[in-house]
Design a protein around this ligand. Structure first.
Ligand SMILES: NC(=O)c1ccc[n+]([C@@H]2O[C@H](COP(=O)([O-])OP(=O)(O)OC[C@H]3O[C@@H](n4cnc5c(N)ncnc54)[C@H](OP(=O)(O)O)[C@@H]3O)[C@@H](O)[C@H]2O)c1
Length: 263
């Protein structure tokens, strides 16, 4: 599948830009030309060295001028000062990846009648397997993220913000794995053996979660917990010590941040 855009420009060449560029230009390449910011210098140089289709722009305005799709991939703290001075063309496609900044604010910074979409690509797009929430639904953005995995068009801003909150569980997922591996290490298990075991355990659980016919994860959890057994004991301890409420309150707080409320 090829991209509906012939030149894609990225403002901000950080982690998520690198993942998207690698996904888009993996063989067979999905687009002919990608223009990236000079910042971050090392990431831009690495991408240009790996892919002849990648050009490093002299400045951010040159990216907007060259691209038929502009992707905003800078951090929220500096996004306004980076975007406001840029001059966009009417009808130009723009996708904002900037977290916790709603579409109306980005549209105000842009100040021109562009076709503005928001998206949450995840690092897995580098391997063309990421789920990407998109708001509002947009056929061209959906085609682009279809190349990089599975687009998830959101019917409402609220739904998009909820998925943004859920996507913030990634570090915690690895954090649970890390705590388990550390604990095994502290008990004398060699690090590599601990990592290998825990990685396979979590990978198999993820596959089971994906492939289950059961209507809820609660039922899956129940199925994996023998009555009076070890899994039931750990899950009970987890809940009794505030594990479940820690997850709920963390999601509430990150949602408040995404909604621009005090958190
Ligand atoms: N990482 C993810 O999984 C992910 C997923 C979805 C959305 N997002 C969102 O996407 C945005 C980028 O995230 P990220 O993880 O890629 O961040 P990042 O790695 O910090 O990348 C941001 C890049 O912007 C560059 N930059 C700073 N000032 C600039 C300027 N004036 N002009 C052009 N580029 C400039 C930085 O360069 P220097 O290093 O030189 O300062 C940096 O390389 C954020 O808003 C984030 O919330 C990230």
């Amino acid at each position: 599948m090829s991209s509906p855009f012939s030149t894609i420009g990225f403002i901000g060449t950080g982690a998520i830009t690198e993942a998207m560029v690698r996904g888009l230009l993996a063989e067979p390449a999905a687009t002919a030309r990608i223009v990236v910011s000079a910042r971050n210098a090392q990431t831009a140089a690495r991408l240009a060295a790996d892919f002849p289709a990648v050009e490093i722009a002299a400045d951010n305005q040159a990216i907007v001028d060259a691209a038929d799709l502009v992707i905003l991939a800078i951090r929220p703290q500096i996004a306004e000062e980076v975007v406001r001075p840029l001059v966009f063309r009417a009808g130009q496609a723009v996708i904002s990846l900037v977290a916790a900044v709603d579409r109306e604010r980005v549209a105000d910074w842009i100040g021109a009648p562009v076709n503005l979409t928001q998206a949450i690509p995840l690092p897995f797009v580098a391997r063309r397997i990421g789920v990407t929430a998109i708001f509002p639904p947009d056929p061209l953005a959906e085609r682009l993220f279809g190349i990089l995995g599975t687009p998830v068009p959101c019917a409402s801003r609220e739904e998009y913000q909820l998925l943004a909150a859920a996507s913030a569980m990634m570090a915690t997922y690895f954090g649970i794995m890390d705590e388990t591996v550390r604990w095994l290490g502290a008990k004398g298990m060699p690090d590599e053996a601990a990592r290998t075991y825990v990685t396979a355990l979590f990978a198999d659980l993820s596959v089971s979660a994906r492939d289950t016919d059961l209507p809820s994860f609660a039922e899956l959890s129940h199925e994996y917990a023998t009555k009076g057994g070890l899994n039931e004991q750990v899950h009970d301890d987890f809940r009794r010590h505030g594990g479940a409420s820690a997850i709920t309150s963390a999601l509430e707080r990150v949602l408040a941040r995404i909604e621009g409320k005090p958190f």
